[in-house]
Design a protein around this ligand. Structure first.
Ligand SMILES: NC(=O)c1ccc[n+]([C@@H]2O[C@H](COP(=O)([O-])OP(=O)(O)OC[C@H]3O[C@@H](n4cnc5c(N)ncnc54)[C@H](OP(=O)(O)O)[C@@H]3O)[C@@H](O)[C@H]2O)c1
Length: 320
């Protein structure tokens, strides 16, 4: 079938070419991360992509996009990537994502998550690219769910503060931008990638290790593939502004762990419910930053996924 072509006039006078409704040149930062890989795996047909990783990253499995190593804070290296990829759109997922690491390592977190975003913004301006910035539920204080896109931010830990500051950079950049805030992602990570709650629970329970899981913090866990669907919808529909992405079920982490044991047919008796005060050393967590998903559902047409559905898909992927 012949692909239809049209052009839209976007920020900075750039004409962006769509093929069958889709922008063709995409650059994803954080191409080896949970979300970065999910984006590549679900990229619409016709999208040509490049994705970045850190310079020392090993790449034991092939990835759908061409992977280009670079330090996010190195302007020369990042500019070379922009020159090679000539992106029409940059999806900036790369970040230090561990809330506890961020709390204890503020200098490097500021450098990567704030200064890195500033560098990406400057390069987007130079190359006339649109920016999709991935932010977090951690910009909220967790006292007043369900949070809509217009709710005031009030972060209570360092990671959340830096995400909120980086959002400000994006919002005042003058770029054609969208901010997608995501919450508690889960899915199989690329080899060498960071664990998420589900991968950690499954591994522990398979090894018959007892685990303690917090029962007074709530979330709406989101499979990485569903978050990717939201981002592609934002792009495909040429949306700008802020969008919240979340799963359907509103649960405590303990309830999420029980559902994980159920779907993966593991021993739920090994899971003990504890309050967050049981882990005194970790960064303070907002109690309930769960999102209102009305905008995602009505404007983007993306339906939130239930935990059982997301976990079943994850289980099937492992053995396929
Ligand atoms: N995961 C969640 O539950 C969650 C919740 C809310 C918001 N978010 C946000 O969503 C985004 C994606 O999260 P994720 O879970 O997919 O992250 P992730 O799995 O931890 O992956 C992070 C990615 O960033 C790259 N990266 C880190 N530091 C870098 C640096 N200095 N230079 C270049 N690349 C660097 C990593 O590269 P290497 O693999 O080479 O190290 C990796 O590709 C992040 O912005 C995160 O803050 C995540």
């Amino acid at each position: 079938m012949e692909l239809s072509r049209c052009s839209l006039q976007l920020g900075f006078e750039k004409r962006i070419t769509f093929i069958g409704g889709i922008v063709t040149n995409i650059l994803i930062t954080g191409g080896t991360g949970l979300l970065g890989v999910a984006l590549q795996n679900s990229a619409p047909t016709g999208v040509q992509g490049y994705a970045t990783c850190t310079p020392t990253r090993s790449l034991p499995l092939p990835l759908p996009f061409a992977i280009l190593p670079a330090d996010l804070n190195n302007y020369v290296e990042m500019k070379a990537i922009f020159q090679k990829s000539q992106p029409e759109v940059v999806i900036h997922t790369a970040a230090i994502g561990s809330v506890d690491f961020a709390e204890k390592n503020r200098e490097i977190t500021h450098k990567v998550n704030y200064e890195g975003t500033k560098l990406i913004i400057n390069l987007c301006k130079e190359f006339n690219a649109r920016l999709i910035f991935i932010s977090s539920n951690a910009v909220f204080d967790g006292t007043n769910p369900f949070y809509s896109e217009t709710a005031p931010v009030n972060p209570i830990n360092y990671y959340g503060q830096i995400k909120a500051d980086a959002e400000q950079l994006v919002q005042h950049s003058g770029l054609n931008f969208a901010i997608v805030r995501t919450i508690m992602l889960y899915g199989w990570q690329y080899p060498g990638g960071r664990d998420n709650p589900v991968t950690w629970w499954v591994r522990s329970l398979e090894e018959n290790k007892p685990i303690k899981v917090v029962d007074n913090i709530y979330s709406k866990p989101l499979p990485a593939y569903s978050c990717a669907e939201v981002i592609w919808a934002v792009l495909n529909q040429n949306r700008s502004g802020i969008y919240h992405a979340a799963g359907r079920d509103h649960v405590t982490l303990y309830e999420f762990a029980l559902k994980t044991a159920q779907v993966f047919e593991l021993n739920s008796n090994l899971i003990e419910a504890v309050p967050d005060s049981y882990f005194p050393d970790i960064a303070i967590r907002p109690k309930d930053t769960s999102f209102d998903t009305t905008k995602m559902e009505t404007e983007l047409g993306v339906q939130p996924v239930s935990i059982i559905e997301g976990l079943k898909k994850m289980k099937a992927e492992r053995f396929s």
